[in-house]
Design a protein around this ligand. Structure first.
Ligand SMILES: N[C@@H](CCC(=O)N[C@@H](CS)C(=O)NCC(=O)O)C(=O)O
Length: 329
């Protein structure tokens, strides 16, 4: 019974390991529409977090309209994402009540899971992409098109683009997807395999960050936007709910310092509410936590991060910001 419920929540391969479905919609960088884009994003989801953060650091608030989603376990058979009541009552493109209706409106013949994030062309009412790595590349291109007077942030600078892509693949297979594989495994072997990858990867990143500020050196790149959402959820959700409890992120001084630095960026707390994400993980993934009881912490303070609203953040275009990013003039 438990295995059946978990399989429904998270498709499994024959060895009991979580097999993430392939994304159906991708767009080449040169084909991205240059305006009236709509990004559907949910707070709990790490794949959404990275693209929502990209909208902020790339300064695309005026180009990409974000629609907030909430997860609703009662709507699990429809993908579980409803349009957030506190944001817009209805979706601005299709007047949809949930994400499945958006998929149905934009691509009526689509059969498959209706995942977030989703980037939509609001003019053509067409899906641009539902893959967060692809969306990151598209947003990065849009930042160049809509460059500010001080320049445009480049999250994939040409001279290290290949290394960034390699790092992103490494992070996906060893950290971002592996925590889910550890959590959704239905056999001990599959769990052990996934969880050991996670800790080897964290140890490796900890070593790297002893020598440099960010994953690719002294500037923030797409690789950091890939890693941060997983790290930010680690102690609060993955360590306990997904049983990745060998060590906590707090046990890694360099990763903690790194996360603190990333959360100094303006917009970081706007795109990620830790408590809401924690509630969502424990309350929505029923087979992993049937009681729905949410642990009492950790919050930002325990994670060593100052989340107070009075604190000055690193604002786009500021001198500190320009030091932290690759900027194209
Ligand atoms: N590969 C996708 C993964 C997106 C994804 O799995 N999103 C989850 C939320 S964390 C989702 O929407 N799941 C709904 C479902 O599978 O029905 C990406 O990188 O964008």
């Amino acid at each position: 019974m438990w295995k059946t419920m978990t399989r429904e929540l998270a498709p499994q391969d024959e060895e009991g390991a979580y097999a993430r479905p392939k994304d159906a919609f991708l767009t080449e960088e040169q084909d991205v529409p240059e305006g009236n884009l709509v990004l559907y994003t949910g707070n709990a989801c790490p794949w959404c977090h990275r693209v929502h953060l990209a909208v902020k650091v790339l300064g695309l608030d005026q180009v990409v309209r974000t629609v907030l989603l909430e997860d609703d376990a009662e709507k699990a058979s429809r993908g579980g994402w409803i349009i957030a009541r506190r944001d817009v009552k209805r979706d601005p493109v299709f007047m949809a009540k949930d994400l499945r209706e958006v998929y149905e409106g934009a691509s009526p013949s689509y059969v498959g899971r209706c995942t977030a994030p989703l980037l939509l062309d609001g003019t053509q009412k067409r899906i641009v992409s539902n893959n967060s790595t692809n969306i990151l590349r598209l947003l990065n291109r849009l930042a160049k098109v809509h460059r500010k007077e001080w320049g445009a942030v480049d999250l994939f600078p040409t001279e290290i683009k290949a290394e960034i892509e390699e790092m992103n693949e490494y992070l996906y297979s060893n950290l971002c997807n592996s925590v889910y594989q550890a959590g959704f495994s239905t056999t001990q072997e599959a769990h052990d395999r996934a969880a050991s990858k996670v800790f080897l990867c964290l140890d490796d990143l900890e070593g790297k960050l002893a020598k440099q500020e960010y994953l690719m050196g002294s500037q923030v790149t797409a690789a950091d936007l890939m890693a941060i959402p997983t790290l930010a959820r680690f102690d609060a959700a993955y360590a306990v709910l997904f049983k990745c409890s060998k060590k906590r992120l707090r046990d890694y001084p360099n990763l903690t310092r790194y996360m603190r630095s990333m959360f100094e960026l303006e917009g970081s707390f706007e795109v990620f509410d830790l408590q809401a994400a924690t509630n969502s993980y424990y309350q929505q993934l029923f087979p992993l936590n049937p009681s729905g009881i949410v642990p009492f912490g950790p919050g930002w303070e325990e994670l060593g991060i100052d989340a107070s609203s009075g604190r000055t953040r690193v604002a786009p275009g500021s001198d500190e910001f320009k030091k932290r990013f690759y900027i194209i003039k």
